[in-house]
Design a protein. Structure first.
Length: 196
């Protein structure tokens, strides 16, 4: 397989999970697209340095996370625009947005997690990464990953239920939300309504 075919295969295999992870970090679709593209641009220029191609997933997620942190630091140094200045640039409400409201609610809840827990929870639930992979991606010890996920789940449950109720969130429920699975969304919503 030549390098162009290999690059295309890597993009095809990892683009969607990387985008979901970027979306959970940036909370904005356009920023998530940009961050994902930036990650593959870095892969195109530096990917040849990776000695073991089986570690490409961890390398890509690590790179995306580092690019996100770099962009966030840079963003903090520049002033923000006021809503009135960019009101005409905002997208109009669409039916598609209403259909994805439940999924977006979970993603918004994920976005409200403390930053220290957010990346670990997103990688675990949205991208089905193992604890070991998350530890490599975030460059933290395995025990730290486990505690961040556990504490993040407690916080996510409280955010989704607007209080200390137990929604019994499972990896497949949140993954289904990210994939837009309506039956799982409805099941989770029903359980949330029953608890209130």
């Amino acid at each position: 397989m030549n390098s162009a075919d290999q690059f295309e295969a890597i993009v095809c295999e990892h683009y969607e999970p990387l985008f979901r992870f970027a979306m959970s970090l940036t909370r904005a679709e356009s920023d998530a697209w940009d961050l994902t593209q930036q990650t593959f641009q870095v892969w195109a220029t530096k990917g040849h340095q990776l000695g073991d191609i089986s570690k490409v997933k961890a390398w890509l997620f690590t790179t995306l996370h580092r690019e996100f942190l770099k962009a966030r630091r840079k963003h903090g140094r520049f002033s923000q625009c006021h809503l009135e200045e960019v009101a005409e640039e905002l997208p109009a409400f669409s039916v598609e947005a209403a259909e994805q409201a439940d999924c977006r609610e979970v993603l918004r809840a994920l976005a409200r997690l403390d930053g220290i827990y957010q990346a670990a929870v997103a990688l675990f639930y949205l991208d089905d990464c193992s604890y070991k992979d998350i530890a490599l991606i975030l460059d933290v010890p395995l025990g730290t990953v486990k505690s961040r996920i556990a504490r993040g789940i407690v916080q996510l449950r409280e955010i989704l239920s607007d209080g200390p109720h137990d929604l019994s969130l499972h990896r497949q429920d949140i993954s289904s939300f990210a994939a837009g699975d309506v039956s799982s969304e409805n099941a989770l919503i029903a359980s949330a309504v029953a608890l209130q």
